[in-house]
Design a protein around this ligand. Structure first.
Ligand code: ZN
Ligand code: ZN
Length: 747
């Protein structure tokens, strides 16, 4: 089947067809003549991640800028994923002392985990250990080939990184020993390479073609960095190109361009292509990059898997390719394969997805401890000159320092005075997550979307960040080898409603029926009938100022058990009492500490330092309440949770979440559809539906009247036309999405 292609850099249209991969290869070879040559540097080396002018500038900067010198040879740190982050200078010097021995094929990183969810201890010399490897948390020891292979993989990664660092050290210090040692690594790999990947976990020198891609990129860059050093003979060059780099890249081409693996495959092919100046490889990489931007990046600018890991993971790969291309006259930074779909959008969208402190909500699979990656934003600032990107670099530099390859090569001396960009509430419709932001910096994420790649059974789940702290969290996943993985992917570990004690089904719905509002009042409403077939669940999130009201309405044809689940960071205290519960909450990994039967309101709070998150929950009938502990980001750390159980064919929960200072006077009440939240002399009166009362009267779906000392000071509505308070008309006009009006104080 033939389909229309895209235009290449010269505006010529490229055609290709969907076919099996081997055919595709053959076609590509023919395709080169048709598409014209890709841009490629003709001159000297290096020409992949650096050119000679940039190398000269880098030498100078390392001499005169202390922070840049520190990036090159300062003390080393450990990344959140438990790896030593090698600084090029000391790492290169360490390799100078070592004989280069290439280990056998490496295994799988995610096998190097304890059943408790924590990583095992990497041996210091990265040599397989017959004594085995102890868990970093519980001390349990694991031994055997599965774990040895994971260690060998780590050694392959260290060797590739070592080669790159040696290449950088050669460029910076111009000491030939560095180039010769890098050459030794490349030469030994050319001799030891067992042949390319023939499938995603077949062939190659590392188990996964994904890891093989991550391994070959620094090797290819190292090759480019030392090519003009004299350390490689003509025969070395031929061996390295013919027996290592080209076959490896061709193997990766055979592994496809789907998802984030595809991003790494195509980027590795491109970086190798630029390093060995192979037009076929470059053409393939550029074409595949355009395809991924057009077809695989979401229209909302986010990678449609978990953002905190799988958005930046492909972006990380693309940046290697974009830099290699840029050094060869090809600009991938400004390429927009479709409007709003390109690298710029991939940098921009996460700004509005991140919490105010730039931590990323760990929704879906991926590491819990994840922040906007400052080192990628160094390139975003360098290439786009957008102040918002400079702000990210400065914020992350303040919090975590500057780290990694890109700030070393292209980071600038920054005054740390970029203004914070205005961030607004935003819906990400492809991913199916809405982020609601309050004027005082609170932010709630609402995951109403379908089950996508690396998804979890977390439909309708929320997370909450307020007063500079994360409260209700999604804990992502521990390592994939962890035995409690099902806890993290299941429904019970999320702040949603669980039906009949079982996991949700995977869903394909994106039924966000309302997302509207202004600065002080905002609402998002979504529904699902797929999470639990036969059950309609509507969750409405109403934000009034920096507080949130979560309304759950559940309806079923037959009696069900509905468990409303919520957990938060901080120490929990409950001011709720009642007779013993009539049922039991039995969930694996959940330890119930107290259970009681409550009619009316449930009140409790979680405290962190001088801040508190207060929860006031109103049920439509008597409920069983369970106070419990459950795993946080690992089983070793626990957080305190509440489950509130209602049974029947329908249930309604109204939860009012208010971030406050410890000891602050807060009163929350509910009568019919009117919720009143009073803090000192300020009271927010929120309606959850049209109200015929006097205080207030409205036809709106949701409304807010803010009273100061009993007098209206602000009115706001979502989907309505009129809002009155007693005899005072606050808002009137045609039906609107939302409106907000400040009311002048009475004289
Ligand atoms: Zn353990
Ligand atoms: Zn989750």
């Amino acid at each position: 089947m033939w389909r229309r292609g895209r235009r290449n850099a010269r505006g010529e249209e490229i055609f290709w067809r969907n076919c099996d991969v081997l055919e595709f290869w053959a076609f590509l070879v023919a395709g080169v003549a048709m598409t014209g040559d890709p841009q490629m540097a003709a001159g000297g080396r290096p020409s992949v991640f650096l050119d000679s002018a940039e190398a000269a500038r880098l030498r100078k900067e390392i001499r005169i800028l202390p922070w840049k010198r520190d990036l090159y040879e300062g003390t080393e740190t450990t990344s959140p994923v438990w790896r030593r982050v090698a600084k090029p200078g000391p790492d290169a010097r360490r390799w100078l002392e070592k004989d280069i021995v290439i280990p056998a094929r490496g295994g799988h990183f995610h096998h190097f985990f304890c059943e408790c969810g924590n990583v095992l201890t990497w041996p210091k010399d990265l040599q397989p250990s017959p004594e085995g490897y102890a868990c970093t948390a519980c001390g349990r020891v694991y031994k055997g080939e599965r774990y040895d292979a994971a260690v060998r993989r780590e050694m392959h990664m260290a060797l590739a990184q070592g080669a790159l660092n040696l290449g950088l050290a050669w460029q910076v210090e111009q000491d030939e020993r560095f180039a010769r040692k890098a050459a030794e690594i490349l030469r030994n790999y050319a001799a030891a390479y067992p042949g390319p990947h023939t499938g995603i976990v077949e062939g190659g020198i590392i188990y996964q073609s994904l890891c093989e891609s991550m391994w070959v990129i620094p090797l290819a860059a190292a090759y480019d960095l030392i090519l003009d050093s004299g350390a490689l003979t003509e025969k070395d060059r031929t061996d390295i190109e013919q027996n290592l780099l080209r076959p490896c890249a061709k193997g990766l081409m055979a592994c496809g361009t789907d998802g984030n693996w595809g991003s790494w495959h195509l980027s590795a092919v491109g970086v190798v292509g630029y390093a060995i100046r192979d037009r076929e490889l470059i053409s393939y990489a550029l074409r595949s990059f355009r395809d991924q931007m057009a077809d695989q990046l979401g229209d909302d600018g986010l990678w449609p898997e978990s953002v905190h890991t799988y958005h930046f993971f492909p972006l990380q790969a693309f940046l290697y390719l974009a830099e290699a291309a840029r050094h060869n006259g090809e600009d991938l930074y400004s390429l927009e394969e479709r409007p709003g779909k390109g690298l710029r959008a991939m940098f921009r969208a996460p700004l509005e997805y991140a919490y105010p402190d730039l931590r990323l909500p760990a929704i879906n699979d991926g590491w819990w401890e994840t922040w906007l990656p400052g080192q990628f934003y160094e390139l975003a600032w360098a290439r786009y000159r957008d102040q918002a990107f400079r702000w990210v670099v400065e914020q992350r530099a303040k919090a975590a320092g500057r780290l990694g390859l890109w700030p070393l090569l292209f980071g600038e001396d920054l005054p740390a005075d970029a203004p914070a960009p205005p961030l607004r509430s935003r819906n990400f419709p492809v991913l199916g997550i809405a982020a609601l932001r309050g004027p005082g910096g609170s932010m709630l994420t609402f995951d109403y979307g379908p089950f996508l790649g690396h998804g979890q059974l977390d439909k309708m789940g929320v997370t909450l960040h307020a007063r500079g702290k994360l409260w209700a969290a999604d804990y992502g996943t521990p390592g994939y080898g962890s035995s409690i993985l099902p806890w993290y992917t299941g429904t019970a570990s999320h702040n949603t409603v669980m039906v009949d004690g079982s996991n949700q089904e995977r869903t394909s719905e994106r039924r966000l029926t309302l997302f509207a509002g202004g600065p002080q009042l905002e609402a998002a409403v979504a529904e699902t009938e797929e999470a639990y077939p036969g059950v309609l669940h509507r969750r409405s999130i109403v934000r009034a100022g920096d507080g949130f009201i979560i309304v759950d309405e559940l309806q079923s044809g037959k009696p069900r058990t509905f468990d409303w689940l919520f957990r938060s960071e901080g120490a929990m205290s409950a001011v709720t009492s009642g007779p013993p519960a009539e049922s039991e909450l039995v969930l694996e990994h959940v330890a119930v500490e107290k259970s009681l039967r409550v009619s009316g309101r449930v009140s409790l709070s979680w405290r962190q330092g001088e801040d508190e998150l207060r929860l006031n929950l109103f049920c439509d009938d008597t409920a069983d309440v369970f106070l419990a502990r459950c795993p946080a980001e690992t089983a070793a750390r626990q957080v305190e949770m509440i489950a509130v159980r209602r049974t029947g064919v329908r249930a309604r929960f109204v939860a009012v979440l208010t971030p406050v200072s410890v000891g602050e006077d807060l009163r929350v009440s509910m009568c019919g559809d009117v919720v009143r939240i009073r803090r000192g002399n300020v009271e927010d009166v929120v309606t959850l539906g049209p109200a015929l009362s006097l205080e207030p009267a409205t036809d709106a779906r949701f409304s807010l009247v803010r009273l100061v000392s009993g007098r209206p000071s602000l009115g706001a509505l979502v989907q309505g036309s009129v809002l009155r308070w007693r005899d005072q008309l606050l808002i009137e006009g045609p039906v609107r999405g939302w409106a907000q009006k400040t009311i002048a104080p009475e004289p």
